[in-house]
Design a protein around this ligand. Structure first.
Ligand code: 1CP
Length: 355
């Protein structure tokens, strides 16, 4: 495997010195790029893109050709695990994901098992291997999974949700059933991420998109506890390098200390917290990823640069910051604005890294 030409992203996650702040964007491959829309139309569906290693690799590399990004992220989805568990995943245009056989009771949980990462999910590992080959060491590859809680919301609700009534109903009336499901998911995610690492992912990220809808106590019991268990079970070194782990709970700003306590290397931040506050609270223990509001990419170049400068100043001098958006890039953002953002991070961050 070729040596890494740009390892800023991995170094920043471990607080090792860098020449500029690394940057990537959540959902950097996807519908805001015309070349993605063209390939998706050709492939016929989103899952066809994910299941064909050449297409998944092509889509992963598309944003890297346009922007000076410091990391690539596997093109896949968090819902591959529940799909492999047999829930019957469909992506309906304009409607988001749907499951034909959602989880409604204990008997449903007892019917499903931990999917074999090199069996039902082998297409994901094949995509990782293909992307590593095609990247030729240009930048590191990020593997990922959803958190057990976030995956469970889709499995119990049967798709996307606004109020999470079904899963919260289960949480409060049948907590043991939900814990059984979350434990199964924690085992599945651990095996899935370890298989991605063995296949070539150089860092992994857990997306807890819906942890922020929980009460503080329920967050610890139903989401954080299981992410902690996953972190404990992950391969932390591969190919002679540490494999950093990033945990991202959207709306998790209240719980940063507890998230940092899991033993992760980095905490992902959404835009509802000031970078300077996050740095003061947990910056001595972990690296921070984030956190520009993705809607800032609708603004002028001057406004985007001003916001990048503010966030860089909030983190301050030294390594330990991976710049990102606070959540996924919106699908109608002009790609030129993403370029302004990425270039601004590299240019404006240099003074923070003089040694
Ligand atoms: O129609 C299409 O082309 C499909 C749109 C799409 C894409 C491009 C979906 C369906 N998933 C993806 C890719 C994807 N999903 C990536 C690829 C890598 C990259 O970042 O470039 C990643 C990391 C995800 C992760 C993901 N999927 C999350 C967690 C991160 C987040 O944004 O909060 C979640 C919650 C999903 C579920 C999902 N998959 C797709 C959609 C439309 C959704 C969201 C549905 C909802 O809002 O509930």
């Amino acid at each position: 495997m070729s040596a890494l030409q740009n390892d800023r992203y991995l170094r920043a996650l471990l607080k090792q010195p860098v020449d500029a702040t690394p940057v990537w964007m959540m959902r950097q491959a996807g519908r805001y790029l015309p070349e993605y829309r063209a390939l998706r139309a050709e492939a016929g569906s989103f899952m066809n893109l994910c299941q064909n290693p050449e297409l998944a690799s092509e889509v992963t590399l598309q944003p890297l050709r346009r922007f000076d990004l410091d990391a690539a992220i596997l093109f896949s989805d968090i819902l591959t695990i529940p799909d492999a568990m047999g829930l019957g995943l469909r992506f309906e245009t304009g409607e988001g994901p749907k499951f034909d056989r959602p989880i409604t009771c204990k008997a449903d949980v007892e019917k499903i098992g931990v999917p074999d990462p090199e069996g039902e999910l082998q297409y994901v590992m094949n995509a990782v291997r293909q992307i590593r080959k095609d990247l030729q060491g240009q930048v590191p590859l990020i593997g990922f999974s959803g958190s057990p809680w976030t995956l469970a919301t889709y499995m119990v609700e049967g798709g996307s949700s606004k109020a999470f009534t079904k899963i919260k109903g289960m949480m409060y009336s049948e907590p043991a059933t939900l814990h059984l499901l979350l434990d199964l998911l924690a085992n599945s995610v651990t095996q899935y991420l370890n298989a991605q690492i063995k296949a070539g992912a150089q860092s992994v990220m857990i997306f807890d998109t819906w942890g922020g809808v929980l009460t503080p106590r329920d967050y610890r019991e139903f989401s954080l506890q299981y992410m902690h268990k996953i972190v404990d079970g992950l391969i932390r070194e591969n190919e002679g390098r540490r494999v950093p782990v990033t945990l991202f709970t959207k709306n998790g700003g209240m719980w940063l200390e507890a998230i940092a306590d899991t033993g992760c290397d980095a905490v992902g931040l959404d835009w509802t917290i000031e970078m300077a506050d996050a740095k003061a609270r947990i910056g001595d223990r972990v690296a921070l990823q984030g956190n520009m509001d993705p809607s800032m990419l609708y603004a002028s170049a001057e406004r985007i640069e001003q916001e990048v400068a503010h966030i860089l100043a909030g983190f301050g001098q030294g390594s330990g910051h991976v710049f990102n958006l606070g959540h996924g890039i919106h699908l109608d953002v002009p790609p030129e604005n993403a370029k302004v953002f990425v270039d601004a991070v590299h240019r404006l961050s240099q003074p923070y890294h003089t040694r």
